[in-house]
Design a protein around this ligand. Structure first.
Ligand code: TPP
Ligand code: MG
Length: 167
């Protein structure tokens, strides 16, 4: 969780869910002010996308056309909370429309599909078009932590997702 490699471009993560999103906006503002051609990739989960920071950050990044790509890993659970019950819309990427930026939902287990979506968003940002929102849909195979006994979902659901996503 706390790995960072600043010279390599990995600015690190935080244990405070959602707090990396506004930080990303600040860094993207710095990139814009320095006229850098770097684009900030901001990673977070489906649970984080229901926090206020997410909405404030997307609005601010959009009005200033900041070079940032918001990348939501929708693994369909935030701890024991299913995204289907916790998130007001599906697909989650439609939230991009509220902030006037492009949005796309991608099969998160298809590495080339993810690559293409991110490439398009990075080119858009580099051309001065501002931020995008990408939702990569996948599934969390295991519990949130070692002590999580998965009591909030069935074994059938887990095995069904293993089968459908492995093909
Ligand atoms: C502000 C804050 N609230 C609650 C927690 C406890 N917490 C840790 S992980 C997590 C779920 C996050 O879900 P999601 O954003 O979907 O990320 P995932 O764990 O699926 O990668 C929660 C609520 C926290 N770390 N920080
Ligand atoms: Mg999640």
């Amino acid at each position: 969780m706390h790995i960072a490699d600043i010279p390599g471009g990995n600015l690190g993560a935080t244990g405070v869910v959602g707090s990396g999103i506004p930080t990303s906006v600040g860094i993207a503002l710095a990139l814009q002010m320095r006229r850098s051609d770097h684009v900030l990739l901001s990673f977070f989960g489906d649970g984080a996308a229901n926090l206020g920071e997410f909405h404030e950050s997307l609005n601010m990044a959009a009005i200033w056309k900041l070079p940032v790509v918001f990348i939501c890993e929708n693994n369909q659970y935030g701890m024991s909370g299913p995204a289907a019950k916790m998130t007001s819309v599906k697909p989650l990427s439609v939230r991009s429309a509220a902030y006037g930026m492009p949005g796309e939902t991608v099969d998160g287990n298809d590495v080339l599909a993810v690559y293409r979506a991110v490439q398009t968003a990075v080119e858009h940002a580099r051309a001065g078009g501002g931020p995008s929102l990408i939702e990569n849909v996948t599934y969390r195979w295991r519990g949130h932590s070692k002590s999580d006994r998965n009591v909030y979902r069935t074994q059938e659901e887990i095995e069904g997702m293993e089968t459908s996503l492995s093909h």
